[in-house]
Design a binder for this molecule. Structure first.
Ligand code: ZN
Length: 245
């Protein structure tokens, strides 16, 4: 099975996830209990377990935009490490304004700085701003919606708003082990009262990744998921059995 992370990319923004005081342990116990239950039920009958990281709205900026928003030679200040190695949430936050002239405040910048400018929104955020961003892989800004980034030192209007495609971070060895070679996407199943099946979950593969499913807040909230929850990637066998290739 994919090793369960000790600490998923908890954003602490929702106030629901189990990474606050005293709750890390109970979350870990819960996760172990579910894993034991899964094994008793017969191995991969439910699919391949993977931990959830919920991505609240956030921005990526390049160095030029960072200087416009925060002043000359400004560099991002790491605030908290994220689960994926090298990624961090920065101290710096911005406001994002759309055509309805409403602002979403305190949108956190995730570092390190990039070669592009992007804000990843949930559909609920997009409706609030009055934009209709396409679903894209991070970094693919084709048809991205125009929004204005506002920082303490300046503002800039950019074609930067997307909704991030659901995706799973995997290592090449995981891809081989689970027979996902050549696949671009998988289906992911969530159990429980608000259970759903997510389709078109894209596979992102890199040696540096730690296995984790990334969902935006709308997708996560639809199934009552919080950071660190366990969900199940449907194997080829399970997909075939339910006729969902
Ligand atoms: Zn991700």
């Amino acid at each position: 099975m994919i090793p369960m992370p000790k600490n998923a990319s908890a954003c602490e923004d929702c106030g629901l996830c189990a990474f606050g005081q005293n709750s890390v342990e109970s979350n870990a116990v819960d996760r172990i209990a579910r894993e034991v239950a899964r094994q008793i039920r017969g191995g991969d009958g439910e699919g391949i377990p993977i931990s959830v990281g919920v991505s609240a709205r956030h921005a990526h900026v390049d160095d030029e935009t960072l200087e416009i928003l925060f002043g000359p030679r400004h560099a991002l200040t790491p605030y908290r490490d994220l689960y994926q190695p090298g990624a961090f949430a920065a101290e710096e936050v911005i406001s994002v304004v759309g055509p309805r002239l409403r602002a979403i405040e305190r949108v956190r910048i995730l570092g390190p700085s990039r070669s592009y400018n992007q804000v990843e929104l949930a559909r609920t955020d997009a409706i609030f701003l009055g934009v209709d961003p396409p679903v894209r892989d991070s970094g693919d800004l084709a048809d991205a919606e125009s929004v204005t980034f506002i920082g303490p030192k300046g503002a800039v209007t950019l074609d930067a708003a997307i909704r991030a495609a659901r995706h799973i971070h995997l290592r090449p060895e995981d891809v081989t082990r689970y027979g996902f070679e050549g696949r671009e996407s998988v289906h992911v199943c969530v159990r429980g009262e608000k259970g759903v099946t997510y389709e078109n979950v894209r596979l992102k593969i890199d040696d540096s990744y730690l296995p984790e499913l990334h969902l935006d807040t709308d997708d996560a909230n639809a199934a009552d998921l919080v950071c660190g929850d366990t969900v199940y990637i449907l194997t080829q066998k399970l997909m075939t059995s339910v006729g969902r290739q």
